[in-house]
Design a protein around this ligand. Structure first.
Ligand code: SF4
Length: 354
């Protein structure tokens, strides 16, 4: 199967109506950049899933980070795509404008130098991410402990993809098949999808991130789903062995253990997140578990990111898309994040701006 054959197959598909989900935000970016959704006939509805880590972080967590950034003696450290995510009270960027302390990083390991230079400050690391990113936080802890730094603490908002998929598969409007996330799969391997496919009767295709890989993965997913095969197909074997990256898995389980986690759009899912093991409690920000006291902001309340992230709605079906919600004044995280489905749909399609 080459790319031209995949395109031809998808354009001329005449099988049963299918709803498919791409889970990974990086796949969403390729689909939008190359307008691949526009190739598909109406009988294939391709929706986005909960694969943008910043987007699935619920409002109450954003609100707590906002308050922490405004707390004396504290610096919130995070990836830069968190800065403009709207919470009920404001964004971290607005907190900075009000004198709050936030530092952004390309790698969490950058926090080590900041913490060593400013021992009087507490550096609270907003640890947001999926399996792909979690080993970096393990390394941060390893180096913090090794260097004797006591002013770095993790706010764990780390999420695991298989429990979220299991949750989605139990929903009555569950998609018929899934384009599995390539980056996460590189860590967990292809094996965890086997029981999910078997119990749900759905297919999972693991795909890479070039336009060719996405097109061929999508073609394979349509073919398998149309023929009712509950299969796992690994179209990305160069990076995804069945057992995954066992070194990364060991790095994760050395410091973290499963915990219930709240996802925007999916709710609280048992064991779908990670918290630090009790022996590393000194490196956790435990106040994180305080009950949410955020006021409801009318702007963020009308946002339907939860429906976008659970595949119930496509970005353009939101009444606010391209009108009251645009990248320059977003109502929800899906319009801000680099991997957010709404922002990607808006930025890559001129007609959305009309
Ligand atoms: Fe939320 Fe804006 Fe997306 Fe609508 S278009 S779901 S308001 S981010």
């Amino acid at each position: 199967m080459n790319t031209a054959q995949a395109v031809d197959y998808l354009k001329n598909y005449r099988g049963r109506p299918l709803t498919l989900m791409e889970i990974c935000g990086s796949h969403t970016a390729v689909l939008e950049r190359y307008a691949i959704r526009d190739l598909l006939p109406e009988s294939i509805r391709l929706v986005s899933g909960p694969g943008c880590p910043v987007c699935v972080t619920p409002n109450e967590e954003i609100d707590r980070l906002y308050r922490l950034a405004l707390t004396s003696g504290v610096t919130v450290a995070c990836f830069s795509d968190l800065l403009r995510i709207p919470g009920s009270e404001g964004t971290l960027q607005q907190a900075m404008a009000m004198g709050g302390s936030v530092c952004t990083f390309l790698s969490p390991l950058e926090v080590l130098d900041h913490a060593a230079r400013q021992p009087e400050r507490q550096f609270l690391v907003a640890a947001i991410g999926f399996e792909t990113t979690i080993p970096l936080y393990s390394r941060l802890l390893e180096l913090s402990i090794g260097r004797g730094l006591t002013n770095i603490r993790l706010i764990s908002s780390l999420r695991l993809m298989p429990p979220a998929l299991k949750h989605l598969l139990k929903q009555p409007d569950c998609p018929d098949g899934f384009l599995a996330p390539g980056h996460v799969s590189a860590i967990i391997g292809s094996a965890p999808y086997e029981p999910l496919a078997k119990s749900s009767g759905r297919s999972f295709v693991i795909a890479g991130f070039t336009v060719e890989q996405v097109l061929i993965g999508l073609r394979d997913l349509v073919f398998l789903t149309d023929s009712h095969r509950a299969a796992v197909l690994n179209d990305y074997p160069q990076l995804v062995p069945p057992q995954g990256n066992t070194l990364a898995q060991a790095a994760i389980s050395r410091y973290f253990e499963p915990a219930d986690m709240n996802w925007r759009g999916l709710g609280t899912i048992a064991d779908s997140g990670l918290k630090l093991k009790p022996e590393f409690a000194d490196y956790a920000w435990t106040e994180w578990n305080e009950p949410n006291a955020s006021p409801k902001d009318p702007k963020t309340a009308i946002c339907r990111c939860g429906d976008v992230l659970s595949g119930r709605m496509r970005p353009r079906e939101c009444a606010a898309f391209g009108k009251s919600c645009r990248p320059e004044h977003p109502l929800g995280p899906c319009m801000v994040s680099n991997e957010g489905a709404c922002g990607l749909a808006y930025n890559y399609h001129q007609e959305a701006r009309a």
